[in-house]
Write a protein that binds this ligand. Structure first.
Ligand SMILES: *Cc1c(COP(=O)(O)O)cnc(C)c1O
Length: 355
């Protein structure tokens, strides 16, 4: 089965090698207070900077998933008004998460899936801003240069970005936000069960101004331990090890970004020729890593079913578009050959269904 689902998805080619190395090196039993563990974290910090271009002033924090980061951020920034710009299901969930915890100062700035977001007209300087860089549910992305614009307009705010389905596959404007997070089962091509969040000093300094209770897994405690290449709890050491290996073996983000863009351009061109419509009607706002295609629910059902029979796992529709879309992941781990197989399949099926 070739997995084109948007996560968990196709895993990295060398994963079985990483697994056997992990067993041989007893990574599964590696103590997270050991020197070896700290070396692994240090190596990740270095490659995040060398390969992904993330400035060394950002510190990685490991938890279980992106949704856990929604929770932790909602909880620990509870004293600040939170503004959520979103156009799809993941952004909405993050907003709802925070709204349930802090109903009085959680605000939404929602927009349509074929519309560009507006830079908010006014925000208090202490605002916490939440963005979804790549809305995996409907196959859209923020316009290029948007994050930089927001940063420039709101230099005082803390800006947090859910980059779950693009970190590791696309170049990010790191300095335009204070907090970035992702899950490893998407562009990193790893098994699910871990999230990585990168935080800068000012985002943590904002928390330090508050007299927050310092419970064990508070963000500040996680951060202070992370500065020493440590965690507050027993983390997913195996996935942390895999992440180190993937980053070590990864080309630079410039190379990956170009590959992602070129493949996405070819995908959209192909879909257009086939008469399959992306859900997002505005070409410049279409995601390059998660493509959402809209058709009648009946056609979608047939395509997905026939795909499975041909050994191709497509991404299900999500949220309100569960039945009238399917999604195709365009992640670095997918090979050209696999992409061609899926294209051939779609061409063939298109004929059969004579859509
Ligand atoms: C996949 C995804 C999530 C959820 O990730 P989990 O690992 O399931 O918590 C959140 N946001 C976006 C944009 C995603 O694509």
């Amino acid at each position: 089965m070739i997995n084109f689902s948007t996560g968990p998805s196709r895993v990295h080619d060398k994963l079985s090698r990483y697994f056997s190395d992990a067993l041989r090196l007893d990574i599964t039993g590696l103590n997270h207070r050991s020197t070896h563990f700290k070396e692994i974290v240090r190596s990740i910090k270095q490659t995040l900077s060398e390969k992904l271009g993330c400035p060394p002033t950002y510190t990685p924090i490991f938890l279980s998933s992106s949704t856990e980061f929604w929770y932790v951020l909602s909880r620990d920034y509870a004293a600040f008004p939170s503004y959520h710009a979103y156009n799809g299901a993941f952004g909405e969930r993050w907003y709802q998460y925070r709204h349930t915890m802090c109903p009085n100062d959680t605000f939404k700035l929602d927009f349509g899936h074929s519309e560009a977001p507006q830079t908010p007209a006014y925000l208090p300087p202490e605002a916490f801003l939440a963005f979804v860089h790549n809305e995996t549910s409907n196959g859209t992305t923020l316009p290029s240069g948007f994050m930089e614009e927001v940063r420039q307009k709101y230099p005082e705010s803390i800006i947090a970005v859910d980059a779950s389905s693009c970190m590791g596959g696309e170049k990010l404007a790191w300095e335009a936000a204070d907090i970035w997070f992702s899950s490893v089962q998407k562009c990193f091509g790893l098994p699910a069960g871990m999230g990585i969040m990168l935080v800068n000093e000012r985002s943590m300094a904002r928390l330090q101004q508050m007299t927050l209770p310092r419970y064990h897994n508070s963000l500040l405690n996680l951060y202070e331990m992370a500065l020493q290449d440590q965690t507050t709890f027993t983390p997913n050491v195996l996935n942390i090890y895999f992440l180190m290996r993937v980053l070590n073996d990864s080309p630079s983000i410039e190379v990956l970004d170009l590959q992602t863009r070129q493949r996405a351009d070819r995908w959209y061109q192909f879909l257009e020729e086939l008469g399959l419509n992306p859900l997002c009607r505005t070409a410049s706002l279409r995601s390059r890593t998660a493509l959402a295609i809209q058709e009648s629910p009946k056609t979608i059902r047939k395509i997905k079913q026939t795909a499975l029979e041909s050994g191709l796992q497509l991404g299900e529709g999500y949220g309100v578009h569960k039945t009238d879309t399917f999604r195709i992941a365009n992640f670095p781990a997918h090979s050209e050959v696999e992409i061609q197989i899926l294209k051939d399949f779609l061409k063939e099926t298109r004929k059969l269904l004579s859509l």
